[in-house]
Design a protein around this ligand. Structure first.
Ligand code: 13P
Ligand code: SF4
Length: 419
């Protein structure tokens, strides 16, 4: 294993973005509110974000080996009752226990097709667990091992802000369909958003997308509307719309902290793609300078980046796509290939270890994991699984039935659109 934890331990505070990474994740559960150390440490933290209750000492004091044994034992006792799903950005010590590892789209689809499991233990972040709850059956429990594993990007758009934006756009663009029967604005939310925003899209003729199907989803949306309101990630929206030929001057950005989003009605009316001012702090770290340095050091390098990176970084790269795309491209590359990657460090290091015949490295020389993915440590997985063994469900993620029904409409549209 090339655990990022082990690398951080070796490096200490040098070449990591945050000295807090050398501390155990539970030291952040009760001490100070925030996303925890890592890429999102300085992002605005909503006051009502879920908090994790303190872990019992038997977990915080256990060694890494003890935790691994306890997880294996609990898994054995639970058998097929429990399904462990894991996003690619989880640390290796979690990935080894997963029944299925994937990107957000693959995980949503997997959760929807496993009614046999009583408990879905979701090693990812809050919006993914919410989606699994919406797409699974009522009798299934979805468990997030650490309640503090949110997503700072998802938190950059809340339902009140989106409702305010919608009302402004209705004033600026009107509400009557155009001559072709198309809506004035179709809302599209990135999977990285709360269930309330997915429900908003379900109610207003909109849809959900992930980084692996954004183009197909935007085709769907433009077939039904004159404009798209895309939240919360401006970069995925801009990169995808530009690849479809939409000019930048028809993609104004809605800033939820400025009056009327920061533009006048004429700007919103002439827009084709209205972007929300949100971003991912992991992917915002990648720069064109890093790509230039990689090309200088390795003239034959292939640069692959995630579409949450800025437009300039995407332009300078050789390939852009979701985490599943990056995994596939590295698998397909010939032996001896050199690949520089612009996505989360846990995935990049794992790919480097899995492909020793290729040179795979992260564009960012500083070790800076996603703060919230990082909060799922084996101590929390052991704690949630052992509680299940003892008949207790801890950290259950539930979406209220009305929100879930509307969100399911938007998610189902997405699952049907996927090429
Ligand atoms: P994908 O898994 O869809 O590539 O998204 C990456 C991500 O940022 C998940 O939070
Ligand atoms: Fe959110 Fe970015 Fe972390 Fe994904 S990588 S969970 S978008 S902060």
């Amino acid at each position: 294993m090339t655990s990022v934890d082990a690398i951080i331990e070796r490096l200490g505070a040098t070449r990591t973005c945050d000295s807090g990474l050398t501390r155990e994740p539970w030291s952040f559960d009760s001490v100070r509110p925030g996303y925890g150390p890592g890429a999102s440490a300085r992002d605005r933290f909503p006051r009502n974000s879920p908090r994790q209750t303190p872990l019992p000492e038997e977990y915080t004091r256990a060694t890494a080996a003890e935790l691994q044994d306890r997880i294996l034992e609990a898994r054995h006792r639970l058998g097929d009752r429990a399904l462990i799903l894991s996003h690619y950005y989880q640390r290796d010590e979690i990935i080894v226990h997963a029944d299925f590892v994937g990107d957000s789209f693959q995980l949503a689809r997997n959760a929807a097709t496993r009614p046999d499991a009583d408990d879905i233990v979701f090693c990812g972040v809050h919006f993914m667990a919410e989606t699994a709850d919406i797409l699974s059956t009522d009798r299934q429990n979805v468990i997030l091992p650490n309640m503090a594993a949110g997503c700072s990007m998802a938190d950059m758009a809340d339902i009140d802000q989106v409702e305010r934006c919608w009302r402004r756009l209705e004033t600026a663009c009107g509400t009557a369909p155009d001559a072709d029967g198309r809506q004035q604005v179709v809302p599209v939310t990135y999977m990285n958003s709360s269930a309330a925003l997915k429900a908003f899209c379900g109610r207003h003729g909109g849809i959900v997308c992930t980084s692996s199907n954004a183009h197909a989803v935007l085709d769907w949306a433009f077939a039904r509307g004159r404009r798209v309101l895309f939240f919360p990630d401006q970069h995925l929206g801009r990169n995808t719309a530009r690849a479809m030929g939409i000019p930048l001057d028809r993609m104004p950005v809605w800033d939820p902290f400025r009056p009327d989003g920061g533009h006048d009605d004429a700007t919103w009316a002439q827009a084709a793609m209205i972007l929300w001012k949100g971003f991912c702090s992991v992917h915002q770290r990648f720069t064109v300078e890093q790509i230039d340095r990689a090309r200088k050091a390795y003239p034959d390098v292939t640069v692959l980046v995630h579409p949450e990176c800025s437009m300039e970084v995407v332009d300078a790269a050789d390939g852009v796509g979701s985490t599943a795309y990056i995994v596939r491209k590295i698998e397909e590359a010939p032996a001896g290939a050199t690949i520089a990657v612009g996505t989360e460090i846990n995935l990049v290091n794992r790919l480097a270890a899995q492909h020793p015949d290729k040179t795979v490295f992260c564009l960012d020389p500083v070790v800076c994991p996603c703060s919230t993915m990082y909060r799922i440590h084996p101590a929390y997985l052991a704690w949630s699984l052992e509680n299940l063994v003892n008949g207790r469900v801890v950290n259950r993620i539930t979406v209220d039935p009305a929100t879930a029904a509307d969100a399911r409409v938007a998610l189902t549209r997405m699952l049907e659109v996927h090429p």
